[in-house]
Design a protein around this ligand. Structure first.
Ligand SMILES: Cc1cc2nc3c(=O)[nH]c(=O)nc-3n(C[C@H](O)[C@H](O)[C@H](O)COP(=O)(O)O)c2cc1C
Length: 389
């Protein structure tokens, strides 16, 4: 590995290749493999091809790999029957093989811990109990990107259910540390369970878990505190957040920087070390009249390092979670925006950048960009969406 890295970095791409440290985690560069849940886990057991799939990205010089969403140890956490679990002997043996392979190739990796909440409804009929803050669900997105009409599905979560899921996140994080992972990411975006608590359309509670945006962070705060209690002060905790929801691309948690600050403060205080700000296009400003994107604003408001993503190394078009053809439409490898990305990193707007589809297209994306071999990059194509190649 060392010999592959001896060639100097192409000067214009240098901001992508500076080392970065957060708590006990030091990365060789700023390039992250974005979390991608691709199924291939019958009964929750990761397919035997996962370790080599992740290892190839580590060999391709990805600084940090974030696993696809993996279900915390609670019977309602997973969304369908093919998503990997982060509990049970066989799934954990699979994850252990993955982290060992990544480390052997000089890489770093953290699992994305996840509870899907009422998203299980996207895969009807669910054969397990669904949990959401108020039992309110929105199908979508519709053609204009917004959610469909609300549906009431089930009862609001009880206090006992809330406590059990808080405990499940803590247990999963402790497991991650014991298996040798380099940190954890809590998935609190995209309209999954934690985000269902954040969002006023899915959280109609009148107890201490509902109310203002700040009040609606309480469930996440309890999860973060439980994780921190179990993993100690130095183990890095990332949290993924997003304004948009998979069922409503037009949704926004915060309309002003002040509103965003009210949301972030309790999360930062509870132990987030780095905010992974999920964007569909990294250039998208967070607020009118500002050049900063969400990751820029979150860093400015909290002082914490941030990560952003959205369309890096791809042609025009935004990620559309519900429409494989839309992924296909953005298939071409495009590097025209890498200059502006590097400028944003150089300015310190945010600290890390993640790639999803481009890194599916070419596992050696970082190595090729570092060496000025951009013309050799293999483009993303729709058939790679669910592939472990
Ligand atoms: C196949 C696939 C699976 C994904 N699964 C997840 C996931 O498990 N968790 C998550 O937070 N985001 C997931 N995403 C979203 C990506 O992490 C990323 O935010 C999005 O694709 C935008 O990045 P890109 O433009 O580089 O593809 C997934 C994306 C793809 C393409």
């Amino acid at each position: 590995m060392g010999s592959r890295e001896t060639k100097p970095v192409v000067a214009s791409r240098e901001p992508l290749f500076r080392p970065f440290t957060v708590k006990s985690l030091t990365l060789r560069n700023r390039i992250v493999m974005s979390p991608m849940g691709q199924g291939h886990a019958k009964g929750g057991i990761p397919d035997p091809n996962y370790p080599a799939y992740y290892r190839r990205r580590a060999e391709g010089e990805v600084g940090l790999i974030i696993s696809g969403a993996t279900a915390v140890p609670h019977p309602s956490a997973h969304m369908d029957l093919n998503e990997p679990h982060f509990h049970g002997d066989e799934p954990l043996a699979g994850w252990k093989r993955a982290i060992d392979e990544v480390h052997a190739a000089g890489g770093k990796m953290i699992p994305q811990l996840w509870h899907s909440g009422l998203h299980g409804l996207a895969h009807v009929p669910p054969t397990w109990d669904l949990h959401g803050p108020s039992g309110v669900w929105f199908p979508g997105p519709q053609a204009d990107g917004s959610a469909g009409p609300s549906e009431l599905r089930g009862e609001p979560m009880t206090q006992a259910e809330i406590e059990a899921i808080v405990e499940a996140f803590g247990r999963a994080a402790e497991t991650a540390r014991c298996l040798g992972f380099d940190g954890v990411e809590v998935h609190a975006g995209h309209g999954f369970l934690i985000d269902q608590f954040f969002w006023d359309r899915t959280n109609l509670r009148t107890d201490c878990y509902g109310g203002t945006l700040r009040d609606r962070t309480r469930f996440a705060v309890e999860i973060l505190q439980e994780i921190r209690r179990r993993v100690g002060p130095e183990f890095p905790i990332f949290m993924r957040i997003s304004q948009f929801k998979m069922m409503d691309y037009t949704a926004r948690l915060a309309d002003t920087p002040q509103h965003l600050a009210e949301f972030l403060e309790p999360l930062a205080d509870a132990g987030v070390d780095l905010f992974d700000c999920s964007l569909r296009r990294f250039q998208q400003p967070a607020f009118d009249g500002s050049r900063l994107n969400l990751a820029g604003w979150v860093k400015k408001l909290t002082g914490k390092p941030t990560l952003c993503c959205g369309g890096v190394g791809l042609g025009a078009g935004s990620v559309d979670f519900g429409d494989p053809d839309a992924y296909n439409a953005t298939a071409s490898a495009s590097l025209s925006e890498l200059d502006s990305l590097c400028e944003m990193l150089e300015r310190g707007d945010f600290d890390l950048v993640s790639l999803a589809r481009a890194i599916l297209g070419d596992a050696a994306w970082p190595a090729k960009v570092r060496q000025g071999r951009e013309h050799e990059l293999k483009p993303f194509t729709a058939d790679l969406m669910m592939s472990l190649s």
